[in-house]
Design a protein around this ligand. Structure first.
Ligand code: PEP
Ligand code: MN
Length: 359
């Protein structure tokens, strides 16, 4: 029996029909995903939730927020009494690349070798321009989880939308809310129901009152840690102006664990270590910093990434003991830095470099 060849026109029509079927399936999936998110979200008006919130507000939040206006109570030194995202009593150092990229394993190996317990890396990157690297999403996050598990690290990563939050939070130890979403109240309400601790960045133009107000959406429902990451300043030397007094005040008034992010808070790699030490001296609870095994290869915020030797030095200054490397890890660590990285490392020890072209 001879094989019949199908005319190109018929093949085209078959492909068009298949495309239409695929499109219909994707639309159906999106509708179900949106339904799932709505089902998981707190109802807009839930009398029990309103009662709980009102009792808590009368007792703590409203009087506290009144004090914030005048910074009254700045002399108070209450230690955070509420559960935070990181173990209480220790100064936590969280480090990692800005974005999950092809050097993830090498960078995480560096962290584990330096004795760190916590890694950060972004799967969804909020970028100023649409042509900048946006992150590889949930696939990257799974890779981050797997790699961190192999090295015994806990992970923190940012979620940028309600759509991704449920799946992402299942993979994470701590969910980060970035500066641009600090007042995305729909996202905060959803995270309050997902059970994972939240690291809440301060918005670049948020007052202390607004920052604490955002924390109130989560407080009492999930563990919260505040993160000061710099506010909009006027000096182009710095990407942002790290507000250390603001962080201390928020911690004292809110009684909430508070850390700093001097990477985004200054945008200057050479200023990260002094700012971490200043945060520790000021009684804050930790710092989150960007580091990359080969900074010049980083797919975002390359200029502000610490060089491996800078990270090891910082860990040493904080009294974190290095871990002996297995031969496999030692080999990964021994990858020779690119020439540009050596040059950058030398610059990091010198004057602060102007923050530029990183957004
Ligand atoms: C980050 O930590 O990766 C980040 C984008 O920070 P921020 O939201 O503070 O800008
Ligand atoms: Mn970054």
């Amino acid at each position: 029996m001879s094989e019949r060849t199908t005319a190109p026109g018929d093949l085209r029509r078959t492909i068009d029909t298949l495309d239409a079927d695929i499109e219909a399936l994707v639309k159906r999936r999106d509708a179900i995903a949106a339904q799932l998110i709505r089902a998981k979200q707190t109802a807009p008006y839930d009398p029990r939730r309103e009662d709980e919130i009102s009792a808590r507000d009368q007792a703590f939040w409203l009087p506290m927020l009144r004090r914030v206006r005048t910074a009254e109570g700045a002399r108070l030194r209450p230690v955070p009494t509420k559960p935070g995202a990181f173990p209480a009593g220790d100064f936590a150092l969280i480090a990692g690349p800005c974005a999950i990229d092809e050097h993830l394993e090498e960078t995480l190996t560096l962290l584990a070798g330096a004795g760190l317990k916590w890694a950060r890396a972004g799967a969804w990157k909020p970028r100023t321009f649409p042509w900048s690297f946006q992150g590889d999403g949930i696939v990257a996050l799974r890779r981050f989880r797997d790699c961190a598990d192999r090295l015994g690290l806990k992970i923190v990563s940012e979620v940028v939308s309600e759509l991704d939050a449920p799946a992402a939070s299942e993979l994470l130890d701590v969910v980060q809310v970035g500066a641009r979403n600090a007042q995305n109240f729909a996202l905060l309400k959803l995270l309050a129901t997902l059970g994972k601790p939240v690291l809440l960045k301060r918005g670049p133009a948020c007052t202390i009152e607004e920052w604490l107000g955002a924390a109130a959406y989560l407080d009492g429902r999930v563990a919260v840690t505040l993160c000061e990451r710099g506010v909009r300043g006027f000096d182009p030397c710095f990407r942002n102006l790290l507000d250390l007094p603001g962080a201390v005040l928020a911690r004292r008034l809110g009684g909430i664990q508070t850390i700093v992010d001097p990477s985004h808070g200054t945008g200057v790699a050479g200023l990260i270590t002094p700012m971490v030490l200043a945060a520790r001296a000021a009684g804050l609870d930790g710092a989150i910093v960007e580091v990359h095994a080969q900074p010049s290869q980083s797919r975002s915020d390359a200029e502000q990434a610490l060089h491996p030797h800078e990270l090891r030095e910082l860990a040493g200054l904080l009294g974190i003991a290095a871990v002996a490397q297995t031969p496999k890890r030692a080999a990964a660590k021994a990858v020779a830095p690119a020439a540009s990285d050596k040059k950058r490392a030398a610059q990091a020890n010198g004057a602060a470099r102007t923050a530029k072209a990183r957004r």
